[in-house]
Write a protein that binds this ligand. Structure first.
Ligand SMILES: Cc1cc2nc3c(=O)[nH]c(=O)nc-3n(C[C@H](O)[C@H](O)[C@H](O)COP(=O)(O)OP(=O)(O)OC[C@H]3O[C@@H](n4cnc5c(N)ncnc54)[C@H](O)[C@@H]3O)c2cc1C
Length: 385
């Protein structure tokens, strides 16, 4: 059978584009189908901040997609709970890395990776919305709308990196947290000194990340409270934030770029049909409390590229073709999703005994160097740390 391409990547978001880049020097023909029409313009409307781990920086450097990102470094991480004892303080110097992580705009990651994939020669098609993927002979047929027309692409393998948008691709376990993440840029009276704060409050976890002269806020709340705060007057918003976060940064003085995102855990069983493999948010959508979704998706893209480069083209869509990839990713996926889910459950609960257990756990982690180092390495490198 004649194929139009070897690998069709469905979704040109950060993870799909990273895969295209990781395959840039391989003999495989790669076509990327992205639903957005003008990536730079439409992605700019998504203001979520992304914390990138040091391990992800190393991968982005290998993909030649780091230099142009201009990220804000995180030199210290401070974890605490409002109204409870216990805290954890991590520092880049103690961990022996230049920064514990970096903060970037989702829109910058999106455009940077999409542009790098184009420059590297990938066939990146905008305005191409996929509607269905069918098994077809030794490979698959992908139906998509291109502008106003319908089109089909025959590929040996479909890699789905659509963020979980297309229904029915692979069975998945879904937990609806009935929460939203409210994001915004805020200014405070005191400088952040490259410190990221994670504060567990009775309403949910609240993260303040250093971002140039501002701080990027990611605040987990009930949907109703997030909706109210998104539209509240600036003074009401700043007062509510001060009340939840406390006085460590002095008064908050300004807020801009508010947006909210519904939160869920969506974990595909990785029992994908043989001609399809899911990566990034399409394989696992996590709560942002630990800032791991993109970092994990980037590791998916990197490891999948290594397997694709060493698998004979005719075996790509066979039942055993990608078993090596699926087995290799299992531990990282399950450990990261499990830890994130446990954090959400533990820290979204105001029950006194749990508050005391959280405090004791944080004190222990903060005081015992091996435990703290383990935590730091997990945050910096994932399960490979
Ligand atoms: C508030 C918030 C904060 C976050 N913070 C962090 C963080 O600090 N660190 C971290 O690592 N992660 C974080 N994440 C998670 C991170 O945003 C995701 O893990 C990451 O964006 C996943 O990238 P992706 O490419 O898999 O999916 P997406 O970013 O969702 O991209 C999917 C792409 O597929 C395209 N697409 C969709 N449907 C179709 C279709 N039918 N046909 C063709 N294309 C299609 C979309 O247009 C999009 O471009 C956060 C998430 C949220 C909501």
């Amino acid at each position: 059978m004649e194929f139009d391409t070897d690998i069709a990547i469905v979704g040109g978001g950060p993870v799909g584009a990273a895969l295209a880049l990781a395959l840039r020097n391989s003999p495989l023909r790669v076509t990327l189908l992205e639903a957005r029409s003008a990536p730079a313009a439409s992605a700019a409307r998504d203001p979520r901040p992304i914390a990138i781990s040091h391990g992800s920086r190393l991968l982005l450097e290998r993909l030649d997609a780091w230099r142009t990102l201009m990220p804000a470094p995180i030199a210290h991480i401070h974890v605490s709970q409002r109204g409870g004892f216990g805290r954890i303080a991590l520092s880049a110097r103690d961990a022996g890395v230049p920064a514990l992580g970096y903060v970037v705009d989702y829109s910058d990651v999106f455009t940077n990776l999409a542009n790098a994939a184009r420059v590297a020669g990938s066939d990146y098609r905008d305005d191409a919305r996929v509607s269905a993927i069918h098994r077809d002979g030794d490979g698959c047929r992908i139906d998509y709308a291109l502008g106003g027309d319908t089109a089909a692409l025959h590929a040996r393998l479909a890699v789905v990196a659509d963020g979980g948008a297309i229904d029915g691709i692979a069975p998945a376990k879904v937990v609806d947290y009935a929460q939203c993440a409210l994001t915004a840029r805020v200014r405070a009276a005191q400088p952040h000194r490259d410190t990221a704060y994670e504060r567990f409050t009775t309403e949910g976890p609240l993260a303040l990340l250093p971002f140039g002269t501002e701080m990027a806020l990611v605040w987990t709340l009930t949907a109703a409270r997030a909706q109210w705060l998104e539209g509240a007057a600036e003074s009401e918003f700043l007062a509510a934030l001060r009340n939840a976060f406390g006085g460590r940064m002095g008064e908050f003085t300004q807020v801009a770029r508010r947006a909210s995102y519904p939160l869920m855990l969506r974990l595909s069983a990785h029992a994908d049909p043989a001609h399809v493999v899911t990566i990034g948010n399409a394989a696992q959508t996590l709560h942002p409390v630990a800032g791991q979704g993109f970092n994990l998706g980037l590791r998916d893209a990197w490891e999948l590229a290594q397997v694709l480069c060493t698998t004979p083209a005719q075996a790509l869509a066979s039942p055993d073709g990608l078993r090596r990839y699926r087995n290799a990713r299992r531990l990282d996926r399950l450990a990261t999703a499990g830890t994130t889910h446990a954090l959400v459950r533990l820290f979204s609960n105001d029950f006194f005994a749990l508050g005391a257990a959280r405090g004791a756990g944080m004190t222990l982690l903060g005081c015992v160097p091996p435990a703290r180092d383990f935590l730091a390495r997990r945050m910096i490198f994932g399960t490979h740390g």
